[in-house]
Design a binder for this molecule. Structure first.
Ligand SMILES: C[S@@+](CC[C@H](N)C(=O)[O-])C[C@H]1O[C@@H](n2cnc3c(N)ncnc32)[C@H](O)[C@@H]1O
Length: 243
């Protein structure tokens, strides 16, 4: 509903990235959501494991896998305490999921678990919202979705946010209204998201034993990172060899 082209763009981005870094076939997506970004990888022969803390998201992920006629190992886990008992060639944490770890302690804990799940020479891909650009050009009140499905269900999502720049927190708030025939359901969500700057993220990655390799401004081919303009901060890093 948000952006149907996103998965196609992300797939082209990941395809080139994996070729450039000779990434193997084992991929872990640590906050996989609906599995939308992972399905094209599975279809191209990657073995993708998906973890997410939300059962609702996993339900949609499983339905998407069934519809696509493919299988994958998806189950519930918190990205701060992953224990898969094996290592992966690529670890993905996409779509602002890393911003959901609002405290430094949680973010560092997650980076440590990512480090434990990834093979030497593997890649970690983080895709965060670039709040630096957001703060300079705020879009704090907006209609995010106005959608009608084939069965006539109408969905409207209204977003209203606020930033506490001193505490480095962005409060994401969504009001969702669903109309099915004569019934209307209203939901409200609020989540504190951590505001990361590129330099701070680079420092946290190094402290957790990663070496940043590439920075991009979106999960899209050739999107250069520009601090005050890019919608995203995409970092690609690799574990530091500690032999
Ligand atoms: C905005 S969605 C992004 C989903 C997917 N990565 C994508 O790019 O489409 C954020 C996801 O992070 C998940 N999430 C948030 N905190 C998490 C945590 N501590 N451990 C695992 N998943 C988490 C949420 O359940 C949600 O599915």
């Amino acid at each position: 509903m948000y952006d149907p082209e996103r998965a196609t763009r992300a797939d082209a981005f990941l395809r080139h990235l994996f070729l450039r870094h000779a990434v193997g076939r084992e991929v872990l997506d640590v906050a996989c959501g609906t599995f939308a970004i992972d399905l094209p990888l599975v279809k191209r022969g990657y073995r993708v494991a998906g973890r997410d803390q939300s059962e609702e998201m996993l339900r949609v992920a499983r339905r998407n896998l069934r519809t696509a006629g493919v299988t994958a190992d998806v189950s519930r886990a918190d990205m701060r305490s992953l224990r898969l008992g094996r290592r992966f060639d690529a670890l993905l944490c996409l779509g602002t999921a890393f911003n959901y770890l609002a405290s430094s302690a949680d973010a560092n804990k997650a980076l440590q678990t990512f480090r434990d799940q990834i093979r030497p020479k593997g890649v970690l891909v983080l895709d965060l919202t670039n709040f630096d650009a957001w703060i300079q050009h705020p879009k704090n009140v907006r209609a995010e979705v106005d959608y009608q499905s084939v069965d006539g269900t109408r969905i409207a999502i209204f977003a209203f946010n606020e930033q506490d720049v001193g505490r480095r927190i962005h409060y994401a708030r969504f009001l969702t209204v669903v109309q099915r025939r004569h019934r209307i359901d209203i939901g409200f969500d609020e989540a504190p998201l951590r505001i990361w700057k590129k330099a701070e993220l680079a420092q946290a990655l190094r402290a957790a034993g990663f070496r940043p390799l590439e920075w991009w401004g979106d999960l899209r081919l050739g999107a250069r990172y520009e601090r005050s303009r890019s919608p995203r901060i995409v970092s690609v890093s690799t574990p530091v060899d500690v032999r």
